[in-house]
Every structure is written in structure tokens, then in C-alpha cells.
Design a protein around this ligand. Structure first.
Ligand code: SF4
Ligand code: SF4
Length: 241
């Protein structure tokens, strides 16, 4: 799930002032931002009240059941609300960056994000989230016992632990167990403990903008496959995506 946090309200007001907006329309997200309690119905109602208090006219809002980053779903949500959105000076979107950009494709007035997208994470419990994946495009969880060193180690070391690890704890976040200690313990439990020796990551595979078309899948050698065959990293070549 994409974890989002609210932007400072003053930041939103400053964006509205920049375009001399007087009226706004709010768009939430029925999926991740609803679960994160940053872009569901209650958050939009609270934001609408604050905006009205600040002197803005809130023409309406929509959350819907669709995820905002669903292009087709958002297109139809915007169409359904087209008349009122046309009257608005700006649209404020309470969704991840992908959701904001999706809304911005379908409206002509300025679109402003109300949230910051901070990471791809797991729900630990209600209201508490933990980063799990940086979407590196070349997953090595098969080699690291299902624990991602890129996100769980503050230094993103693949072949740790670093020299700062102390008594199993992390040098950077002392109350966290070192990610590589966790990895090794789990590998041992699974009877597959051996030194991890991964080559440097090939960030060429996560060149931007990312694009995946499941109708034209591409099969690519993973970093760990290349490591086993002793192959060196190569940047992604044109046409590989
Ligand atoms: S190795 Fe890459 S794809 Fe796999 S969990 Fe970590 S960041 Fe995500
Ligand atoms: S102690 Fe472990 S988790 Fe912390 S920075 Fe070093 S290798 Fe990474």
C-alpha cells in the first residue's frame, strides 16, 4: 500500500493563493489514502471545514470506492462531477502522487496535492505503517529471506552488516535490530545460511518513467541470477522495456 502523510495546511493555502483561487473541489482516494486516514471521507470533510473557515468556497468533494490512480475510474469520477469542477478555481487531491497526476489529466484547472507520498509499506496495525519496498525493479528477496535490505537497512546495504552494527543492533537506528542480523537469523532458521554476495544493484532497470504492459511482458534476468552466473551489471538497453 502507498503510505501518505498530510501536507501542512498552510502549504495548501499558499498554493491556492498563488492562483487567486476562491473556490475548490476536493478529490479523495477510496483505497490507500482511506486506509492511511489521509484521504478518505472524514479527512475530506475535515479539510472542507478548514478551507471554509479560511474563506474558501468548497463546491464539493468525491472519494468514491475507486482507487484514484485508476485512470478509467478517475476519468469517469471526474466526468460525473464535471459541471461542478468546471466552476472550481482549483482541485485539491487527497491521494498519492500517482492519484494526483491521474486527476490532473482530466481537469483544466490547477490541481494541488494535499498529501506527500512517503513509501510503499505494510499496515502494522491501524494507523501504523512500515516501509517494505523501494520498488527497485530487481527484487532480491529470494536471496535475503524475504527481508528487503534496501528498505530495512538505513544504508541500503546489500551485503551487510556494516562495521557499525553493535550487539545485533543498527548503528543508525539504535533501537532497531540490524536488518542483516534479521536476514541471517531467518536464513539460518530455513537451513540456508550462507554468506550473501550480491553484486551492486543495477538501477538501470528502474529508469523513469516506469511502464509495464502485461500484454507485452518482458522477461529479464534478475540481479541474483546474474550474480550466480558471474555476470556484470549492464544498463538497460533501449527497447528492453
Ligand atoms: S529488493 Fe527491491 S523490489 Fe524487492 S522488496 Fe526491496 S526494494 Fe522492493
Ligand atoms: S547496522 Fe545493519 S541495518 Fe544498520 S546500517 Fe549497518 S548494516 Fe544497515
Amino acid at each position: 500500500m502507498i503510505i501518505t502523510t498530510p501536507k501542512e495546511f498552510d502549504h495548501i493555502l499558499s498554493n491556492l493563493r498563488d492562483v487567486d483561487a476562491e473556490s475548490v473541489f476536493l478529490v479523495g482516494c477510496g483505497s490507500c489514502a482511506t486506509v492511511a486516514k489521509t484521504g478518505g471521507e472524514p479527512e475530506l470533510l475535515a479539510a472542507a471545514a478548514k478551507l471554509q473557515e479560511a474563506g474558501y468556497t468548497v463546491l464539493g468533494h468525491t472519494v468514491g470506492t475507486e482507487i484514484t490512480c485508476n485512470v478509467g475510474g478517475t476519468r469517469s469520477t471526474i466526468r460525473k462531477n464535471a459541471e461542478v469542477i468546471r466552476e472550481a478555481d482549483a482541485v485539491i487531491v487527497f491521494a498519492c502522487g500517482s492519484g494526483v497526476q491521474t486527476v490532473a489529466e482530466f481537469v483544466d484547472v490547477p490541481v494541488f496535492p494535499a498529501l506527500d507520498s512517503v513509501f510503499l509499506g505494510a499496515i502494522v496495525r491501524q494507523g501504523e505503517f512500515s516501509e517494505r519496498c523501494r520498488m527497485c525493479g530487481d527484487c532480491i528477496l529470494d536471496k535475503t529471506a524475504g527481508i528487503c535490505p534496501l528498505t530495512q537497512c538505513p544504508k541500503g546495504l546489500l551485503n551487510g552488516p556494516c562495521g557499525g552494527m553493535w550487539d545485533g543492533m543498527c548503528e543508525v537506528i539504535p533501537d532497531h535490530e540490524c536488518a542483516h542480523v534479521r536476514i541471517q537469523r531467518r536464513l539460518e532458521k530455513q537451513h540456508r545460511l550462507q554468506p550473501i554476495s550480491l553484486p551492486p544493484k543495477n538501477y538501470g532497470v528502474s529508469l523513469k518513467p516506469g511502464h509495464v504492459n502485461i500484454r507485452k511482458p518482458r522477461v529479464r534476468k534478475s540481479l541474483s541470477d546474474r550474480s550466480e552466473s558471474g555476470e556484470k551489471n549492464t544498463a538497460r538497453t533501449q527497447g528492453e522495456r
